[in-house]
Design a protein around this ligand. Structure first.
Ligand SMILES: Cc1ncc(C[n+]2csc(CCOP(=O)(O)OP(=O)(O)O)c2C)c(N)n1
Ligand SMILES: CC(=O)[C@@H](O)[C@H](O)COP(=O)(O)O
Ligand SMILES: [Mg+2]
Length: 627
């Protein structure tokens, strides 16, 4: 049979494919996903699991007129392949290439930009009600995973949607997995829905009844509802006002296509429960969907292999070891993750201290307030959370933790640029949004050793403290075995030089030291954004002509702003150059190249300083009055 995929430049042709062609197409899409992800790295298991669903959706719905809204968006490679981006797949998640997530700027088929979870039902409801208000005849379909469904936001949207008569279809893609095995009562409930006789009965009912396409549609609908009534008590989703259908096999096009065709003609909010397998069709990913959730490049014939030489220790590993060591020393310590056990380095902690480990699901807001509750009772919670996902828990951090001055430690992983995931996942804002909160402190270790020490410093405080560290490895500085803290709120003079002082917050210390060699500049390693070591800062300012601040965080309101505020408060006038993340979103790509592209590597730092302050003339002459 001639391949179908190369002839498809958009989904219009596949609307006319027969079932056999759709099956062939699904096989080709699956191979295309595996082939490309094995070369580029990226999200694999979830994409292998959505192949048939994607084919069926583009077959049944008139996309992009009908809106497909994917949740998280890490499962949209089949969708990208079918919507004109197959040939760009080799550029996936690389600079200038296509994104690993849906982006409105990338394609008209990407109806809603996403990468943080649990937004799809809200956005699709907005689209469905907008269509209704404007008198446009279109469907809005939200496709949400069982993991993403655990977030409060998904339930806020269900609660709102259930009372409207609009063309909204919510598809729950239930693969019984989040990144790691799913947690919580909803998961238990979905497992019940999928279990035993009910699933078998519903599946057969679906096949015998739902295959009857319109014009027998009304009859089919009645039969289906009757059949459902016989085997299913009202589901949670029906209580929310949805018409619930399922569970059906999400890899079986013979179930998917007629079910979707029928649902398209029903009135009011519809809910379809499909069951899929993460990693479907690639045995290694089926067996270990966690490892293949977001693998780096690999040979599909062999699968992921351990590197021959031990890679450098990552900051995540430094945190994981610290957490276990501190837990062994202090029985009050409890560790919390909002569904990021592997990514946040909690695997060993869960094994060793299961009774002190809490995976709360994709529920960042709850994670923070839950920690506050634990702290109220004298426990010492450590919330391990990606900087970008803490954005979800901001009010909780202020209202539930900081105002009550509760001693919660926030271990902020993925601070700064993260690379291939791009702007949605960059930890760009935590310095700016944390340092303005009273009672909060914020530390930014320059390397692995300081990371361990500053975590100990944070844990020793009687108020909330965040410690931010980046994705991956740092300078490679060996961590001390003990748990000795570094002094609270104190930085260090790292290099003495002339005229220019570079005031560094975090891991950019190392490129700064290189730049400083060339410029003979002074370097301060500040370690803390808040409290700021004002004494060290002002002492240094007094003996220099110009100041450079450096951080891997948004410039606006960031650590550099804190330095300028401190100088203003002390009535010190001096030119200040602020280096950090600019006021624009930085797309995906290799993190080293991205940092270089915005001048945050050693050469870029040196060049920016030379451009601003010259190679030796007095700073006042270079930029009079600058601050
Ligand atoms: C707000 C937020 N928290 C955490 C994540 C990290 N994350 C990405 S995918 C995922 C699991 C999603 O599970 P599910 O929706 O079931 O999709 P599956 O991976 O099973 O296809 C998590 C926790 C995220 N993207 N957004
Ligand atoms: C889609 C998502 O949010 C996660 O899968 C994320 O891509 C993981 O990122 P890390 O690879 O940095 O853990
Ligand atoms: Mg899932």
């Amino acid at each position: 049979m001639a391949p179908l995929l190369p002839t498809l430049h958009d989904p219009s042709a596949l609307r006319h494919f027969d079932r056999a062609q759709l099956k062939q197409l699904a096989d080709e899409v699956r191979s295309c996903v595996l082939d490309n992800v094995s070369r580029t790295g990226g999200h694999l298991s979830s994409n292998l699991g959505t192949v048939e669903l994607t084919v069926a959706l583009h077959h049944v719905f008139n996309t992009p007129h009908d809106r497909l809204v994917w949740d998280v968006g890490h499962q949209t490679y089949p969708h990208k392949i079918l919507t004109g981006r197959r040939e760009r797949m080799p550029s996936l998640r690389q600079i200038g290439g296509i994104s690993g997530f849906p982006q409105r700027s990338e394609s008209e088929y990407d109806t809603f930009g996403t990468a943080h979870s649990s937004t799809s039902i809200s956005a699709a409801l907005g689209m469905a009600l907008a269509a209704k208000q404007k008198g446009e005849d279109r469907h809005a379909v939200a496709i949400i995973g069982d993991g993403a469904m655990t977030a409060g936001m998904a339930f806020e949207a269900l609660n709102n949607a259930g009372v409207y008569d609009c063309k909204l279809l919510v598809i729950l893609n239930d693969n019984d997995m989040s990144i790691s095995p799913p947690v919580g009562a909803l998961n238990r409930y979905l497992a019940q829905l999928m279990s035993g006789n009910f699933y078998a009965a519903a599946k057969n009912v679906g096949k015998s009844v739902l295959r009857a396409a319109p014009p027998l549609f009304e009859l089919a609908k009645r039969l289906e509802q009757h059949a459902k009534g016989m085997v299913v008590p009202a589901t949670l989703f029906e209580q929310f006002g949805f018409n619930y259908v399922g569970p059906i096999d999400g890899h079986d096009l013979d179930s998917l296509v007629p079910t979707l065709e029928n649902l398209k003609h029903l009135h009011g909010p519809q809910f379809l429960h499909v069951v899929t397998k993460k990693g479907q069709g690639y045995k290694l990913a089926e067996a270990d969907p966690v490892a293949y959730h977001g693998p780096t490049k690999f040979d599909p014939a062999i699968g992921l292999v351990k590197p021959a030489t031990a890679p450098k220790q990552t900051f995540t590993q430094v945190f994981g070891h610290w957490l276990c060591d501190m837990a062994a020393q202090d029985s009050r310590l409890v560790g919390i993750t909002p569904a990021m056990r592997e990514g946040s380095g909690l695997v060993e902690f869960e094994q060793r201290f299961p009774e002190r480990y809490y995976d709360v699901g994709i529920a960042e807001q709850h994670a923070v307030t839950f920690a506050a509750g634990l702290a109220c009772e004298g426990l010492k919670p450590v919330v391990a959370i990606y900087s970008t996902f803490l954005q979800r828990g901001y009010d909780q951090m202020i209202h539930d933790v900081a105002i009550q001055k509760l001693p919660v430690v926030f271990a902020l992983d993925r601070a700064g640029l993260v690379g291939a995931d791009g702007a949605t996942h960059a930890g760009a804002y935590d310095i700016a949004f944390i340092r303005c909160i009273p009672n909060m402190s914020l530390a930014c270790p320059a390397d692995e050793a300081e990371c361990r020490q500053l975590l100990s410093s944070a844990f020793a405080q009687d108020h909330p403290v965040a410690v931010r560290y980046p994705r991956g490895a740092g300078a490679g500085v060996a961590t001390p075995p003990g748990l000795e803290p570094l002094p609270f709120g104190k930085g260090e003079l790292r290099r003495s030089g002339q005229r220019i002082a570079i005031v560094v917050f975090g891991t950019l210390l190392y490129p700064a030291l290189k730049a400083a060699e060339a410029l003979d500049a002074t370097v301060l390693n500040m370690r803390w954004v808040k409290p700021l070591d004002v004494e060290l800062l002002l002492k240094t300012v007094a003996t220099h002509e110009c100041i450079v601040t450096l951080e891997e965080g948004a410039l606006m309101g960031g650590a550099g702003s804190a330095v300028i505020e401190a100088m203003q408060a002390a009535d010190v006038q001096m030119p200040v150059l602020q280096l950090g993340l600019p006021d624009r979103f930085i797309e995906h790509g290799d993190p080293g190249k991205l940092l270089a592209s915005i001048g945050l590597d050693a050469a870029g730092i040196e060049q920016s300083i030379l451009e601003r302050f010259g190679a030796g003339e007095p700073a006042g002459k270079t930029r009079p009055g600058a601050l």
